[in-house]
Write a protein that binds this ligand. Structure first.
Ligand code: ZN
Length: 106
């Protein structure tokens, strides 16, 4: 039932069909991911993908995310999903700098 990222559907662009597929596959999680993409909250820095959530920014690296859901509850969060979709469809914001630099900035 619960869609797993490894069964990612074949999505080429974020048209209506793709959106329906995503919502059917992942429900609320899919809607959150789409909303983030639509409001340009999925960003690709030189080193990492970063998803801006309500309470902060989360770094997504391959199958890992820095949010509480993922780290403490071992749950596949919508940030990971948003990055998958963004990668598959090319719908992410490109930021031409290293995300790590922001950590150093404090
Ligand atoms: Zn997350």
């Amino acid at each position: 039932m619960s869609g797993h990222v490894h069964e990612f559907p074949d999505i080429k662009g974020l048209d209506e069909t793709a959106r329906k597929t995503i919502k059917k596959e992942w429900g609320e999680k899919g809607e959150k991911a789409l909303a983030a993409i639509d409001s340009k909250q999925v960003k690709k820095y030189l080193d990492f993908f970063v998803v801006q959530g309500k309470t902060g920014e989360y770094v997504v690296d391959e199958d890992f995310c820095t949010c509480r859901d993922f780290v403490f509850r071992n749950r596949e969060c919508w940030h990971l999903l948003a990055v998958r979709i963004a990668q598959a469809t090319g719908t992410f914001e490109v930021v031409d700098r290293w995300y790590q630099d922001r950590w150093n900035d404090g």
